[in-house]
Design a protein around this ligand. Sequence first.
Ligand code: SF4
Ligand code: SF4
Length: 426
Amino acid sequence: MDNIFDFTKISDACVKCGKCKPVCTIFSINQDEATSPRGFIDLLGAYKEGKLELDKNTKNIFESCFLCTNCVEVCPNSLPTDMIIEQVRNDIRKKFGLAWYKKSFFFLLKHRKTMDILAKFGWVFQTCALSLDHKKQSALPRFSLPIIKKNRALPFSAKQSFLKKYPENIKAKIQNKDTKKVAIFIGCMSNYAYTSTGDALVKILKTLDIDIFIPKKQACCGAPAYFTGDFKIVDYLIKKNIEYFETWIDDVDAIITAEATCSAMINTDWEHYLHDQKSWGLRAKKIASKVFLASKFLQEQTNLEEILKSKNKIFDEKITYHDPCHAKKMQGVWAEPRKLLSANYKLVEMSDSNRCCGFGGITMQSNNYHLAKKAGIPKAKMIQETKTQIVSAECSACRMQITNALHLEGSDIIFKNPIELIAKAL
Ligand code: SF4
Ligand code: SF4
């Protein structure tokens, strides 16, 4: 597949103003021009013109970007640094291949039934390798493994996946012409690990008397493979989902997900990926128009905020809210979760809710874990400075990364998806 953008044109459009450098997550760690947005753009331009070879050094450079989109937000020309890096990662994958554990993980994303069996198996045997903390919904490895070091907080398998737990249809009690019907896209992490997020979403939709549809054959949105450059898997997952969604899309008012990365992937990146496959691109566009981050849909298209306010209840726990890169920067969602949460919680803003937590994708969490750690610690520190008991963000990748960063800082602050906190108030 051809690259999505004209790298040379983008490189020429960079006016070298440097506005992107202070906000760049990797530049804040490395302080090196080569790993800054304008450095990436320069190198990518040279690479496309055949003046730069993809070797181990350039591979490491292009794999050090967190894809946080901070640079795009401040760039006067909105240059899509993150997206051209996503494209070059496909070339890297073609030239260098993928590590065995990435291949295995993507195989599982492609084969949901095998993943279901493995998750169940994981639930039975995980306590042999992990020490579980149910309050924090995280686990510590009992010993170091090749990719996972001992002092690292990880998610663990739930007893039953979200998709197995609920029936496909949960009907609203009152049926009339105004009854809405909403499909839930759960996302892999909330399906297998953070299942309390899906439970909370079902509870909220039941309270709102909305027909719930849980499409059982939904596959991974493709985001983990897209950010790693495995476009073969991305192609397979996107098309499998499109063909399946089309069998019911006209029957629902919306598809909602409490996962910023999944919603951004489906409502924006599917189209980017399919830019040179016109008919598939149009099919993706139709689906995208119905895909919403849960807080946005609930705040704008239901009376949930009113219901929450009518409870006249403010919890003792204070909350601080982190803005996932894929929610605020990619989808403009930041006010909606705050409006819903502030009905029943005291919100304390951290010094920079926009600062990327440092999750960065699979490569960042494996080969480049040392960088993810360096990006996570400042985020954990600013969360601690708020003196709150809970940090919230509508994204399970942020949840995994922030929970670990707080653990490394010895903090007792727990992480909750805003949907869980909202459901608690009902
Ligand atoms: S996406 Fe983030 S880490 Fe990558 S160049 Fe832009 S600001 Fe830096
Ligand atoms: S902000 Fe945009 S134009 Fe300015 S240096 Fe960065 S990438 Fe180039």
